[in-house]
Write a protein that binds this ligand. Sequence first.
Ligand SMILES: Cc1cc2nc3c(=O)[nH]c(=O)nc-3n(C[C@H](O)[C@H](O)[C@H](O)COP(=O)(O)OP(=O)(O)OC[C@H]3O[C@@H](n4cnc5c(N)ncnc54)[C@H](O)[C@@H]3O)c2cc1C
Length: 445
Amino acid sequence: MPHQVGLFLFKNDLRLHDNPALAKAAAEVDELICVYCLEAKHPVSSLRAPSNLSSHRLHFLQQSLTDLRTSLLTLGQQLLVSSESHLDVIPQLITQHNVAKIYCSQNVGDYENQSWGKLSKRYPMIDFYCIASHTLFSESELPFKLADLPDSFSKFRKAVEPLTIKPPLPEITSLPPSPKIEWEWPKNLVTSINRPLFHGGENQGLAHMETYFERQLASNYKETRNGLDGLDYSTKFSPWLANGSLSARRIIHRLRRYETQIEANDSTYWIYFELLWREYYQWYAHRYGKKIFSPSGIKTSKPATSFYPERFKKWCSGNTPYPIVNACMKQLNSTGYMSNRGRQLVASCFVHELSLDWRYGAAYMEQQLIDYDIASNWGNWQYLAGVGADPRGHRRFDLAKQTKIYDPKQDFIKRWGGDLHDSALDSVDAADWPVSGTQQHLQEN
Ligand SMILES: Cc1cc2nc3c(=O)[nH]c(=O)nc-3n(C[C@H](O)[C@H](O)[C@H](O)COP(=O)(O)OP(=O)(O)OC[C@H]3O[C@@H](n4cnc5c(N)ncnc54)[C@H](O)[C@@H]3O)c2cc1C
């Protein structure tokens, strides 16, 4: 066999445990180049703006990459991180190192998959491998063709629940060496923020998962999961799951051990149930491709909306007439995280109270959330905007009622300053005329 150089493109799989694509690369080549590209340029949709990531998201990513780099170093490897698109970086490495095989994990995202397709067309003599690692099942394990993905989560759940989830692969403990490459980490990746909520990286993700189960929080998850503030009411697995520092199969495996050794109850089932929601959205995004970014979603007509820049700005900064929404948005802006209940409320407000185009809300969360995941974010937004996988459609939350249930003493609202907001939503009316208070002022003068 001739000496073969492989290239592994890390994406949302920043880990050594349960990484089937990396395991395959490790077994098949003599030398391996490990690359991660920040994809600063994003030509598909101006609504999606990764070049403008929040400092929280960027910081978490930086920590995740630093942890991965350290783990690779202990295996005699190096991680090449670039702020350029992989369409620019990979061709250079192919030419310089005579790369014969390229590997990556399968991910959703139309742009991501198109550019992978472009590369493989440009280099027909190179073998390309793209392997599922972000999901519990691979496509061939699903009991239906992707084109026949059930149109609701309930049907999907019933179809996949009888399946066995494969055990996670063990951690990779040896890798082929890297050819000698001089490389500088991009300067725009260096960020620091005050008291981050979570620490990025595979080791931190695994440790967090272990602590969660050791503290037996899983036994009460179903009762606590609708909390708004704090670290313990839900698992907080999402930041590590999103960039793949933690594998979903590894979590299920740990959950099953908990159920055998400690207890299995409605709460432990519900963690699995929520991970199936995640699974559903992944396959939903694979099934519908670029429709997950389309205003009409997977339906035929789009919701009636206008663009109100002032409302959009007020929603983003937490200055709407809805204190619960403001508190959630301020929490998001300060930490990069928001509870699931909060996300539902702010999205419902965005669509139904403010009559804004749901895609701008989704794009804002894309910039801010440290657990941003293409499929979960855009899929959930579509669901709430009535253009997704919701058989009932049109989910409008009564914000006053939700506040009474989930923040009865308004502690959360007060803590985040949600009650501090302008008195009116719009400062001008439909004819661009200043509203009430301001009008009176003009008449008096
Ligand atoms: C408008 C909107 C946008 C969202 N954007 C994202 C996103 O970008 N990234 C993301 O990971 N989740 C997203 N979610 C789903 C959910 O809010 C988060 O997964 C959850 O809040 C993360 O916190 P946790 O890990 O403590 O969740 P837990 O309640 O502990 O749930 C355990 C795991 O189940 C999965 N999960 C739970 N709820 C959902 C759900 N509704 N949809 C898909 N998966 C779910 C997550 O992987 C989560 O880590 C969004 C929800 C809404 C309503």
